[in-house]
Design a protein around this ligand. Structure first.
Ligand SMILES: [Zn+2]
Length: 304
């Protein structure tokens, strides 16, 4: 749940080099590590460019990421940049692996830039994917399908990893993008994305984030209650419905999951007790926020 802490732990196991250093404006590697980097990046870049096998490309990315392990005090921007290119790979498996490697103690600014670019590319791809979903729903009702089950599982999982990453990098620009998900149209946004975004936003522990998550949950609850967030793919007991259920619009259960994340967060911050029951308590929730808000920092705090 508290992802920032996990990545800090991973970093702590890596080695430090007394000769590599970070100047105010750039990373300076010692002769040994610079030489190692130049050789490895040249070799792996060519693997990435010519290999048609996603497992080979993942292995290349792993060898690139491993360069940082011997000088974790001075991660190279070149390594992070090449890993970030992996977020534009044609294979989602490669993209997910590249994202995990990038988030594991690599050069901070290049990681943030890479996650932001990757997120923008993924949003564009998601719109295409969503159009294919619509098509799939109509094809399935005629008994055929043009999308693999793998696609149906990998796409939303990748989007969720990116949402977590946008919180995990602890950066104002990335955080703005993350909270921006709460402005996506309620119709055509899978409910699970809201839950993932809420968890990632709360992990950052900013007052603005807590307020955004709460206001969003209460709005979504009202919208669903008023019947304004229809199911796109039919009931869960139909063939299409059961396959597409994880990609369908939000339902009350998703609202409960978001509010449950707020309850966990309140417990973690030892704030005033949260409303019972979770649903139908909009005014009590707002009173809770008013009572607890001073416990949360106004802006996000950087965990470095
Ligand atoms: Zn060194």
């Amino acid at each position: 749940m508290w992802l920032a802490l996990l990545s800090t732990l991973a970093l702590a196991t890596a080695e430090v080099c007394a000769q590599c250093r970070v100047d105010p404006r750039r990373t300076v590697l010692c002769a040994t590590h610079l030489d190692e980097e130049l050789t490895t990046l040249r070799e792996e870049r060519s693997v990435l460019a010519r290999s048609k096998d996603s497992a080979e490309r993942i292995a290349a990315l792993q060898r690139i990421a491993a360069l940082t392990a011997t000088h974790s005090n001075a991660p190279s921007p070149n390594v992070a940049r090449l890993l970030a290119d992996g977020l534009h790979d044609e294979s989602l498996t490669v993209r997910r692996r590249a994202l995990a490697l990038l988030l594991d103690g690599q050069h901070r600014d290049e990681t943030i830039k890479g996650v932001l670019d990757g997120w923008r590319a993924a949003q564009r791809s998601w719109r295409e994917f969503d159009a294919r979903l619509n098509l799939l729903a109509s094809e399935l009702s005629k008994g055929s399908s043009s999308m693999s089950r793998q696609d149906l599982e990998d796409w939303p999982a990748y989007i969720e990893s990116l949402l977590a990453a946008l919180g995990e990098v602890h950066d104002e620009r990335a955080y703005k993008e993350l909270l921006g998900l709460f402005k996506w149209p309620a119709d055509r946004t899978p409910g699970r994305f809201y839950v993932a975004a809420a968890r990632a936003a709360l992990a950052v522990e900013s007052r603005k984030g807590v307020e955004s998550v709460l206001e969003f949950a209460l709005t979504l609850e009202a919208e669903i209650g008023a019947g304004r967030v229809p199911s796109r793919f039919g009931p869960g007991n139909s063939l299409i419905g059961s396959m597409m259920r994880p990609l369908d619009n939000a339902v009350m259960h998703d609202v409960e999951d978001v509010l449950e994340a707020l309850v966990d967060f309140a417990r973690h911050k030892q704030s005033a007790p949260t409303p019972v029951p979770l649903l139908g308590s909009a005014s009590t929730w707002r009173a809770w926020f008013k009572a607890a808000r001073d416990q949360f920092t106004e802006r996000m705090t950087l965990l470095e």
